[in-house]
Design a protein around this ligand. Structure first.
Ligand code: DX5
Ligand code: ZN
Length: 216
């Protein structure tokens, strides 16, 4: 299915009730799990043991966004833990092609993420090695920030370069009913949304609304 996907970010969920918070998003395409190590970004969230535990109770696949140093060492273990997708940052990886192959060999879909100021051009030749390209639309580290429109031209260039490749184009940060159409129009087809979904009274309705707006 090539339609737009919505992946709620559990960064905005209640960390004391993650099993129930995953149940709220059972109609989503995947749960976006933000792994932060306090070094690559100035925030600290959760790691492998928590992902292993979430995987056992989640009604939807887990898509892990690793905002960590040394992903070459850690990323394949997230696929082994059962994550359906594992995305690491291009700025942090020493050997991104080898790492993508290691993630795929461990049974995961491999993704590469770019901070807002990281150009996409050096990575375009690598896209056939990946299942996903994540263009960050905020500086990674925290939920609830404003969508950076300066990233839209990069999303457009990435979409053009993807062409017929079987590569999903994710956006993450500041995605809401006010911004999702701009991101979709530029070419994104997977929409990560934290505060817009978990801040809503009816998470399923928020997911449906974002998906509908993205599909227009
Ligand atoms: C930010 C994280 C995002 C974050 C998005 O570093 O990568 O996934 O949870 O949150 P919102 O949708 O609130 O901007
Ligand atoms: Zn994220």
């Amino acid at each position: 299915d090539r339609g737009p996907q919505v992946n709620p970010s559990i960064l905005s969920a209640d960390f004391a009730n993650l099993q129930a918070e995953l149940a709220r998003i059972a109609t989503a395409d995947a749960a976006h799990v933000d792994v932060m190590d306090g070094h690559f970004v100035p925030n600290l969230t959760l790691g492998l043991p928590v992902v292993e535990a979430l995987q056992r109770v989640s009604p939807v696949p887990l898509d892990c966004h690793l905002m960590i140093e040394d992903p070459d060492r850690w990323a394949p273990a997230y696929a082994e833990a059962g994550a359906a997708g594992v995305t690491f940052h291009a700025e942090a990886a020493r050997a991104p092609v080898k790492l993508a192959r290691d993630i795929r060999a461990a049974g995961g879909r491999a993704g590469i993420a770019l901070r807002p100021a990281t150009p996409v051009e050096p990575f375009l030749d690598l896209l056939p090695e990946f299942d996903m390209l994540l263009v960050m639309t905020v500086e990674p580290g925290f939920g609830g920030q404003g969508f950076l429109d300066v990233t839209l031209p990069k999303i457009r260039r990435a979409r053009a370069a993807i062409g017929d490749l079987d590569v999903r184009l994710q956006v993450d940060g500041g995605v809401s009913t006010a911004t999702v159409e701009r991101a979709a129009e530029a070419g994104a087809d997977v929409f990560v949304a934290g505060s817009a979904v978990y801040g809503a009274d009816d998470a399923a309705a928020a997911i449906g609304e974002l998906r509908d707006l993205a599909a227009r």
